[in-house]
Design a binder for this molecule. Sequence first.
Ligand SMILES: Cc1cc2nc3c(=O)[nH]c(=O)nc-3n(C[C@H](O)[C@H](O)[C@H](O)COP(=O)(O)OP(=O)(O)OC[C@H]3O[C@@H](n4cnc5c(N)ncnc54)[C@H](O)[C@@H]3O)c2cc1C
Length: 389
Amino acid sequence: MAFFISEDAKDLLKDLHTFCENEMRSQVYEAEKAGFKGDPAGEEIIQGIMDGLQEMGIGTLPVPEEKGGPGLSKMDRAALMEEIAKYDAGITAAFMVNEVALDSVEIAGTEEQKDRCYDILLNGGYGCFCLTEPNAGCDVSGAVTTAVKDGDEYVLNGTKCFITNGPIGDFYVIYAVTDKSVPVAKGGYTAFLIEKGTPGLSVGSVEDKMGIRHSHTSDIVLEDCRVPASAVLGEVGQGFQIAMKTLDISRTWIGIASLGIAQRAIDESVSYLKQRVQFGKPLAKNEVLQFKIADMQMKTEAARQVCAYALSLMDRGEPYSVASAEAKCLASDAAMYCSTEAVQIHGGYGYSREYPVEKLMRDAKIHQIFEGTNEIQRLVIGKATIGKI
Ligand SMILES: Cc1cc2nc3c(=O)[nH]c(=O)nc-3n(C[C@H](O)[C@H](O)[C@H](O)COP(=O)(O)OP(=O)(O)OC[C@H]3O[C@@H](n4cnc5c(N)ncnc54)[C@H](O)[C@@H]3O)c2cc1C
């Protein structure tokens, strides 16, 4: 057991493992193959898996106990998320982004806004965190989506892109410019909580991605989307700060999903090395390949400890911003390293869709990109370490 978790979480983890082995292990590959051929059967398989996970209460994990959630700590939830990510990081992303969207609401929302989102999650719904725009990726200050005050309402216009859960979202946390005369980071940006079905909010083009193909990613288009002033999260002008606080938390979750990929890459590699015979002996007897496994194991375990450290800081209410950036960066680099080495260890078979490791490599890549690229994490860590110049 990598994380120290509660007895309740251990029980759920056991059931989750059985579910993943029986309902996900082979099915996610079948679904992907169908998807590559444009066969909608793949979508049905994934929907079935997500429904099964919802039945187990995975979607309700971030809801506080007093509001009807299972009352598990962040550490407990991390162990569960890592388990799902071992089988499919795309499906994991759907549940992780629920946490991310909810974090923005919990950071700044009213009790009524929080309760509404808890209700949605308790009923198997999904949340979206809508920050990125075509010209505002790493540099959020490039945002041009606007929210203009009109009486007691705001009218939103613009396009958010690369939105995880976009096509299946039930609530959307949307960041928009409310004052063009003030920089985004200094009071010009505001967060809004908007529900599915609000006129003027629609799902735009859906991304055809390299990896995490079972995650739904799309544009979210706002065309004269009119919402009451009560849709504002926190204060007008606080949007940038809310977004940054949200990302500080969510980065650790990207680290957790990355650990699942890295661990699966190790597990698949060990199993292959034991059964593949070359030069008259199993590959596992070859010291060069044992060293590869050692490096994969060390990087993954070190990253797991930093993720656990960041989570423990959050649970204790201590500053976690830099630890979270370190957790995301170390774990996603470990996932990329381990999955690439896993393909190498499998030789030509690793490059074939017959074995699962090429999917791990494709799925790993995005974890170095979203929730702030690893270049941005290194900027955060470097600046914090160097301090004032
Ligand atoms: C599958 C997927 C899901 C996503 N889900 C969401 C979501 O749910 N919500 C959401 O809001 N966004 C989401 N995103 C967007 C994601 O967070 C952005 O893609 C990411 O922040 C990078 O922005 P960009 O793609 O515009 O790259 P750019 O900002 O154009 O960066 C391009 C490259 O330049 C580097 N770079 C940029 N600035 C600097 C700098 N100052 N110093 C050094 N290097 C720099 C970057 O690290 C990167 O390597 C998702 C993206 C993908 C692909």
